[in-house]
Design a protein around this ligand. Structure first.
Ligand code: SAM
Length: 265
């Protein structure tokens, strides 16, 4: 069985994920994306990064897999609407991939290992299907996020988020641990780097802040937070108001540090 996924696929979550491209989420691996490469994108979600990868490696085959059938259907529609033919999507579990050893040149996973209870086991499985190729992964470090203004409800959000994430599955501080996990999984070479997302313009604050204002009340995160007894409906309403306040603050600034690895061997 796949682990539970903290955020789920509520429209407020998908709006946040559909902004993602190779440029803003996988720049560290661009130099490895060559025409003709066979790529597996694990935990592809709505598939915007996957489709971007497919354009870059065409005519190489790109496969996006995800544990959620709903999001696989959405990604398939997105690829068709973009007219990208060398990409397909399937429901699969990251821990037990249905492909032979060395089936891919590149195995890519963006914001996935943080949600897995056994990230090292998953990396071992990625290593198996990558064979002599590479495994590329990037995860945020939610313990290291920074923001301004110091709205009390955002400090409450941070505390609730970290606890919910740990209780549901995985590790919100994955970013800083990717290198250690890859070494434990047995890779001979692990190149490690880091990059940031900064949300601060009026448009970025409206998109990110309003997405979280809605997620706090309506997504799987909200259900888990109450169901696990981490907070109650009143707490979620405070958090949602805090995100509205942040989105409306002209000085608003939110920084997310990410760890990245390119592992081989
Ligand atoms: C944060 S989303 C990232 C989506 C996409 N990579 C992106 O960055 O836009 C994590 C995705 O991993 C998927 N996922 C979680 N556990 C999984 C597992 N064991 N096997 C496959 N996919 C999984 C979730 O369903 C979700 O779509």
């Amino acid at each position: 069985m796949a682990d539970s996924y903290t955020h789920g696929h509520h429209p407020s979550v998908l709006r946040a994920h559909e902004w993602r491209t190779v440029e803003n989420s996988a720049a560290y691996v661009v130099s490895e994306l060559h025409p003709g490469s066979a790529v597996l994108d694990v935990g592809a979600g709505p598939g915007t990064i996957t489709v971007d990868i497919a354009r870059r490696v065409a005519p190489g085959p790109v496969l996006g897999i995800d544990a959620s059938a709903d999001v696989v259907a959405r990604a398939t529609e997105f690829a068709a609407s973009e007219g990208v033919a060398n990409v397909s999507f399937a429901v699969e579990d990251a821990y037990a991939l249905d492909y032979p050893d060395a089936a891919f040149d590149i195995v890519h996973a963006h914001q996935v290992l943080q949600h897995l209870a056994r990230p090292v086991d998953a990396l071992r499985e990625f290593r198996r299907v990558a064979g002599g190729g590479i495994v590329a992964a990037r995860d945020v470090d939610y313990e290291g996020v920074l923001w301004y203004p110091l709205i009390p409800a955002l400090a409450e959000w941070h505390d609730v988020y970290l606890r919910v994430h740990r209780l549901v599955a995985g590790d919100p501080a994955a970013g800083r641990k990717l290198k250690a996990w890859a070494r434990e999984a047995g890779f001979a070479e692990v190149a490690s780097s880091a990059s940031l997302w900064l949300f601060e313009s009026d448009e970025e604050r409206a998109w990110w802040g309003e997405s979280w204002a809605e997620r706090a009340l309506e997504s799987s995160f909200a259900e888990h937070a109450v169901g696990l007894g981490v907070t109650d409906r009143t707490g979620l309403e405070r958090i949602s108001s805090g995100w509205h306040e942040w989105a409306a603050a002209p000085d608003g600034w939110f920084l997310m540090p990410h760890g990245e690895i390119v592992a081989r061997g």
